[in-house]
Design a protein around this ligand. Structure first.
Ligand code: FES
Length: 162
């Protein structure tokens, strides 16, 4: 073995204070990096399993009626996908809203008062405005609202969550 080769070998064999040479140190560092990466990947996979990605909201759009069937200031009753009472309200100027007719207090059916342009619940006199918001009485929440879309300037479609 030449002096240069011997010096090279001696260099590789130099031990640190803890008794680990450079080759052993690099091998250990690479192994530790592998363990950290594998652990991180495992935690990520487990997290994805435990907390699944949010699913897009599923909806169904239903043709309820045509514009000419709901006079301005009046309502049109229909059933939602769960066979519960609902109603379309014509607020004028081609503005339509759709609500569940089920009162958010104890579930009585609200009625539209065309003179006052609001919904009233006959059970405990809960009152909701034309936007379904609680105006008076015990209901804790607004009426459930369903989005309305006018198609072809004529058809009234209502969207429900499914
Ligand atoms: S059920 Fe409607 S106000 Fe009580």
């Amino acid at each position: 073995m030449s002096a240069a080769e011997q010096g090279k070998n001696n260099h590789a064999q130099v031990k640190t204070e803890g008794g680990v040479n450079r080759r052993e140190f690099i091998a250990g560092a690479m192994a530790a990096t592998g363990v950290v990466l594998a652990g991180g990947t495992g935690l990520y996979s487990m997290g994805r399993y435990l907390i699944p990605p949010k699913q897009p909201e599923r909806t169904r759009q239903v043709l309820v009626t045509t514009i000419d069937k709901v006079a301005p200031g009046k309502t049109f009753g229909f059933k939602d996908l769960n066979d519960r009472e609902a109603m379309l309200v014509n607020l004028g100027d081609n503005r339509f809203k759709a609500f569940s007719a089920v009162c958010t207090h104890l579930g009585c059916l609200v009625k539209w008062d065309p003179a006052k342009q609001h919904f009233i619940c006959p059970c405990h006199q809960g009152i909701f405005d034309a936007n379904g918001n609680v105006v008076d009485g015990p209901p804790p929440q607004p009426l459930e609202e369903f989005p309305v879309e006018i198609r072809e300037d004529k058809f009234l479609y209502v969207t429900f969550k499914v």
